[in-house]
Design a protein. Structure first.
Length: 309
């Protein structure tokens, strides 16, 4: 007997400035849709119905480590046929790999009778993220993709997280310049040692950011969403980054940062009208440098990955 389920997984913005590898938020307006069929047998089959290329080998797909880990934990052998119907653009910096891993575990968990908790699903999805980021198991994309909302990772050993509410007026303008930034390369440029002064400032920013979200204080969120450790090294991959920041803040953005490892960037604001204005500034900035850029206005997604039929 063949059992089937189709899920939607929202895009996500990781780090949120100062929260490298420990914070992320789910956003609507973009996401993955995948269907999974489970039948007797063994093996994984992946069919791509999207406009984007995916790894030709099943072993190179981020869904595979997550699926294998979950099947092993469940103690079952099944044949899984996965059809990708809608895909976040790979390499865009808004959680493309995370959405694939998250979608796979949510779909499989549903077919297995929901035997695993949300926390366990996030841990399974981290196996896929490790494949895409050179072995680093991080949850700043997969956790919000599965859970929705803003997620703070409190600990990786043991794994622990909390969900943080979105401010009602939250809105993000996101731009994706058509350039390639590999997660593995963007991690390779990061420093191994951090000056104490920078670490203290970063800790303060994380605390302020969480407090700002909890108190729905957008001013505090904007002042705290600053990264003094990772952004100075990663901004080199994004043409005119400092100039773009100045334009956006002058236009009324509360904050501006790199989404995950890039190349997407996002600006935080309080309404859609302002977000559309900021999107125009970002696309014009990249176009002036001969780079085409997509843009979108996104509110927070509080539901996370969900079965749609």
């Amino acid at each position: 007997m063949v059992e089937q389920v189709t899920v939607f997984v929202p895009a996500s913005i990781a780090n949120l400035g100062c929260g490298f590898d420990i914070m992320g938020m789910a956003v609507e307006s973009a996401g993955d849709i995948l269907s999974m069929e489970m039948s007797e047998g063994d093996g994984i089959e992946i069919i791509n119905r999207t406009d984007y290329d995916i790894p030709s080998s099943v072993d190179d797909n981020v869904m595979t480590p997550s699926i294998r880990a979950m099947l092993a934990a469940a103690g079952v052998r099944k044949h899984l046929k996965i059809t990708l119907m809608c895909k976040i653009m790979p390499g865009s910096g808004i959680g493309s790999s995370a959405a694939s891993a998250a979608g796979a575990v949510v779909a499989l968990n549903t077919l297995l009778g929901n035997r695993f908790s949300e926390k366990e699903m996030v841990e399974f999805a981290m196996e896929g993220e490790a494949l895409s980021s050179g072995g680093a198991k991080h949850a700043d994309n997969v956790a919000p993709a599965i859970l929705g909302g803003i997620v703070l990772i409190c600990s990786y050993s043991p794994f622990e997280y909390i969900r943080i509410p979105f401010p009602d007026s939250f809105c993000a303008a996101i731009a994706h310049p058509r350039i390639t930034v590999k997660t593995s390369e963007s991690r390779a440029v990061l420093p191994k040692d951090i000056p104490l002064h920078d670490a203290i400032l970063q800790w303060a920013n994380v605390g302020g950011l969480v407090a700002g979200f909890m108190n729905r204080d957008m001013g505090l969120v904007g002042r705290s969403m600053r990264d003094v450790i990772v952004e100075p090294y990663r901004k080199q991959f994004i043409p005119g980054y400092d100039d773009l920041r100045e334009k956006l803040l002058a236009a009324g953005a509360k904050a501006f940062n790199i989404s995950g490892s890039g190349p997407s960037v996002f600006a935080l604001c309080e309404d859609e009208v302002k977000a559309r204005e900021l999107c125009s500034i970002m696309t014009e900035h990249f176009m002036s440098r001969g780079i085409f850029a997509d843009s979108l206005v996104a509110h927070g997604d509080n539901r996370g990955a969900r079965v749609i039929f």
